[in-house]
Design a protein around this ligand. Structure first.
Ligand code: ARG
Length: 460
């Protein structure tokens, strides 16, 4: 049809199904702001180097501004016949301003255009995601301080292992998120290079000034190879990998939140506003938000795989396959951001049931290691101490009591080195307080790490 921008070479119109099959405007219109910003920078540069007149430049800039307004006010007529966001905008520009609009595409191709648009878009998306990520970090740090002294069982193999402080557990989550932040920041650094000017694949014969568009668009530098620039989607994969890992972390947190909120654990109570009920069972209060975060992790992992596979067979330079990069990328950015928002709102608001946490730690022989360490300090080799305490635990299990609930003479059956002072190490408070070194679970350490984290977050 005459709407198309390449009729010259063709003798028949595009097949109706192919038109629909190849259109991307319904999803890539999300790039309109970046596309217009890129076009404005390109037009200013073309005028600077004498390819456009000042008047043509002004008409183009003005026209693009109008197009942007039409889009933002919902007045823009998107057409799948015009394939994508780039041609929709260019066509409308030409309708609005005439001849000058047709000159905008001088020295450029949709290949470098789209590569530039996505990078601009992703840069902004990462900034928004980092903000939510840091809001979640801050919320966890605040709660960790409140729960610095709260004792809970720490688990290995899902079996009670040793007592830990709730604050320490929350700060473990925080550490994961600090690494995630670093990965996203690294990714942002590497993606902030400008492909514009590489044109279709080989560059352009016009005397373009890539440094000018680069600084106008806020990139760190222009890319170095035109073939690579129009075909590289590493940045999308790198972001997706970082995002997949953040989601893995959120999913692990979700799993714990779900367990803790179950009546069998009862370690936390989630605010009603973050839970849903059952349509049939009146007693239910379900942790759906956490379950959805865990569930949405699947699609983010899938998107990463989709992008890796999308790229693995592509020869240089641009191939239309690349149009398939956007939906997974957009979906990952949206999903990650929403998951972070949900957790940044919900996790700091969870109510910790301190007594239930404490009771669970007390019931699980969590201080068995402390008893072994006690014997070692009295001169018993660790392997012997391990054996002695193992027998004491078996005895206490049969008795239905915890180690701290045994009488001194009962404990002394297993080793006569055990004395009255043993009960200090068999308390949960003594156990956590004793682990008072960098990285340990002691309340004093939690407070020190909270202070560090606060400083770091304030500096950012
Ligand atoms: N819509 C295309 C994409 O997303 C833009 C580039 C198209 N270039 C081309 N030569 N067909 O990749």
């Amino acid at each position: 049809t005459s709407e198309q921008l390449w009729t010259g070479r063709f003798t028949e119109a595009t097949d109706a199904f192919v038109e629909q099959f190849s259109a991307s405007e319904h999803f890539d219109r999300r790039l309109y702001r970046q596309d217009i910003a890129g076009s404005m920078a390109h037009a200013r540069m073309l005028a600077e180097v004498g390819v456009l007149t000042a008047d043509e430049r002004d008409r183009i800039i003005d026209g693009l501004g109008q197009v942007r307004e039409e889009i933002e006010q919902g007045r823009f007529q998107w057409s799948p016949k015009l394939e994508d966001v780039h041609m929709n905008i260019e066509k409308r520009l030409t309708d609005l301003i005439g001849e000058a609009g047709k000159k905008l595409h001088t020295g450029r191709s949709r290949n470098d255009q789209v590569a530039t648009d996505i990078r601009l878009w992703l840069r902004e998306a990462i900034d928004g995601i980092l903000q939510e990520l840091m809001r979640l970090q801050a919320g966890l740090v605040e709660l960790a301080e409140l729960e610095a002294d709260t004792i809970m069982p720490g688990f290995t193999h899902m079996q009670v292992a040793q007592p830990v402080t709730f604050g320490h557990h929350l700060l473990a989550w925080h550490e994961m998120l600090v690494r995630d932040q670093g990965r996203l920041e690294d990714c942002r650094k590497r993606l902030n290079q400008m492909p514009l000017g590489c044109a279709a694949l080989a560059g352009t014969s016009f005397p373009i000034d890539r440094e000018q568009t680069c600084s106008e668009l806020g990139f760190d530098r222009p890319t170095r190879n035109s073939l690579d620039s129009v075909s590289d989607r590493d940045f999308a994969i790198e972001f997706s990998a970082a995002a997949a890992l953040v989601m893995t972390h959120l999913s692990r947190m979700a799993e714990e939140v779900i367990l803790w909120a179950s009546p069998h654990f009862g370690f936390i109570d989630l605010p009603d506003r973050f839970c849903t009920g059952s349509s049939i069972m009146p007693q239910k209060k379900n942790p759906d938000v956490a379950e959805l975060v865990r569930g949405k992790t699947a699609r983010v992992h899938g998107n990463l795989n989709a992008l890796l596979v999308l790229m693995k067979g592509q020869p240089l330079a641009y191939n239309r396959d690349n149009q398939e990069d956007k939906e997974p990328l957009f979906d990952t950015a949206d999903t990650l951001r929403d998951a972070l928002t949900a957790f940044a709102d919900m996790l700091p608001a969870m109510e910790v049931r301190r007594q239930a946490c404490y009771d669970a730690a007390r019931a699980g022989f969590a201080t068995a290691t402390d008893l072994a360490d006690y014997l070692v300090r009295k001169g018993v080799p660790f392997r012997d101490a391990h054996e002695i305490v193992g027998r004491a635990v078996r005895y206490a299990t049969d008795e239905g009591r915890d180690l701290g609930e045994l009488e001194l003479d009962e404990l002394q059956q297993f080793s006569n080195t055990i004395a009255e002072d043993v009960f200090e190490v068999l308390t949960l408070e003594g156990s956590v307080a004793a682990r008072n070194h960098l990285g340990g679970t002691a309340p004093a350490q939690v407070r020190a790490r909270v202070a560090e984290a606060r400083d770091r977050l304030r500096l950012l």
